[in-house]
Design a protein around this ligand. Structure first.
Ligand code: S3P
Length: 432
């Protein structure tokens, strides 16, 4: 396991950067490319390990894929042409790969086994297996079908109307991917809107989906047509550098080409509420997604409350948000975030545990955390552990810039799951 030492530079963070392509959009561009007919060209594809696992699984399903850097060509021949994989589909650490591919293969008349790393194989898969079983696919997994390795025996499915107990884009997407291949109306209802990249992507590939943000319907079967996708910068990756500039006195950082889709923009909205100076310029649409350049300047922050509808739109940013709250004046409360418990780690436990080691006054609650921010006192520093979780590894690196002593991050190499080049970019900005 890699250990990395980070030291506070004490200097302002300045300049102009861009971040790699969006993870959720990259997964979907490849999967829809595989289902469509023709050659889909994807530019700005995220070459992090999660998305590379999606490509290798699709290849095992018989799809020809070429990649040169961040350009990917998917030679789609329609979903009917997908073939039974000869071996286990290895998804690594990627929940999105497993849940979306489960929806894809549930409607194909063959046998697949999906498995991942230790963390992935302890995350709940019954949330997709249950509704897909109602549609007629058969599932076998550990603990009565809850955990991977997951066996899927696909078949011709029946459409259903599914009321999901959780706001989850992965659950919604799995069902819509199955529904696109199934005769009749497949409908998913969510308690709160989740990220809508799948709905946007269906349209980009010439398909039809009806949605009002919470109710989503596809009428199948549908044929999809190959297209060109330009993947915008990932707002979840940008969040670490937004936090770095927002917390470091004197900073001004421009982050170009970031996806500002409202279903992903909760972190920026929450920081603005706390007094952060984040300006969005050069707004435009790229590949059916809203994109902008972000101009972030240091400003003193004050505490806020996070609950309800904003939570799904910043769920992956909560680890770094907790750090921001630790540097804001007053008590920040995060509620309605129980989903954090089933991410790459139990992020309520791991975030609270690791920030405590750095001297942050932070406590766990049943569905979130409470943070008493102390902007006037540097955090302590010391040895911390990313627990194999990429977002924890990056948050702890950023935290070092508010710590008096060096921060030693165990498992810092987890960053490669979603952000290849993070360490180099971080070093370039903090060691100038
Ligand atoms: C994702 C959806 C979210 C998010 C994950 C990516 C996606 O998970 O946390 O990192 O690409 O659909 P849930 O669907 O479980 O909320």
């Amino acid at each position: 396991m890699s250990v990395r030492e980070y030291r506070r530079s004490g200097k302002p963070v300045t300049g102009e950067i861009s971040v790699p392509g969006d993870k959720s959009i990259s997964h979907r561009a490849a999967i829809f490319g595989a289902m469509a007919e023709g050659v889909t060209v994807i530019d700005g594809f995220l070459t992090g390990e999660d998305c590379l696992h999606t490509l290798s699984c699709l290849r095992q399903l018989g799809v020809e894929i070429e990649r040169e850097g961040d350009r990917v060509l998917v030679h789609g021949r329609g979903y009917e042409a997908l073939k039974e994989p000869a071996d286990v589909l290895d998804v690594g650490n990627s929940g999105t790969t497993m849940r979306l591919l489960t929806g894809l293969v549930a409607a194909r008349p063959f046998y697949s086994v999906l498995s991942g790393d230790r963390s992935l194989n302890s995350r709940p898969m019954d949330r997709v297996a249950r509704p897909l079983s109602q549609m007629g696919a058969k599932f076998y997994g550990r603990a009565g079908g809850k955990y991977a390795p997951l066996t899927v025996i696909g078949s011709r499915l029946q459409p259903i109307r599914y009321i999901s107990p959780v706001a989850s884009a992965q659950v919604k997407s799995a069902l819509l991917l199955a529904g696109l291949q199934t005769e009749g109306v497949t409908e998913v209802v969510e308690p709160e809107p989740s990220r809508d990249h799948t709905e946007r992507m269906i349209q980009a590939f010439g398909g039809r989906v009806e949605t009002d943000g919470r109710h989503h319907r596809v009428i199948g079967p549908q044929r999809l047509t190959a297209t060109r996708i330009k993947v915008p910068g990932d707002p979840s990756s940008a969040a670490f550098f937004i936090a770095l500039a927002a917390l470091t006195p004197g900073s001004r950082l421009v982050i170009r080409n970031v996806c500002i889709n409202p279903t992903r923009a909760g972190f920026i909205e929450a920081l603005k509420r706390m007094g952060a100076d984040i300006r969005t310029g050069n707004k435009r649409e790229v590949g059916g997604e809203p994109v902008a350049d972000l101009d972030v300047r240091y400003a003193p922050l004050s505490a806020t409350e996070i609950a309800g509808e904003i939570v799904p739109s910043m769920i992956d940013e909560i680890p770094v948000f907790a750090l921001v709250a630790a540097r804001a004046q007053g008590r920040t409360v995060i509620r309605d975030a129980g989903e954090l418990k089933v991410k790459e780690t139990n992020r309520i436990k791991t975030v609270v545990g690791e920030l405590k080691k750095l001297g942050v006054r932070i406590e766990e609650t049943t569905d979130g955390m409470i943070i008493d921010g102390e902007p006037d006192r540097l955090m302590t520093g010391g040895e911390v552990d990313a627990h194999g979780d990429h977002r924890l590894a990056m948050m702890l690196a950023v935290a070092s810039q508010a710590c008096e002593d060096p921060v030693l991050v165990h498992g810092a190499d987890a960053v490669s799951v979603s952000f290849p080049g993070f360490s180099e970019l971080f070093a370039a900005l903090t060691q100038k």
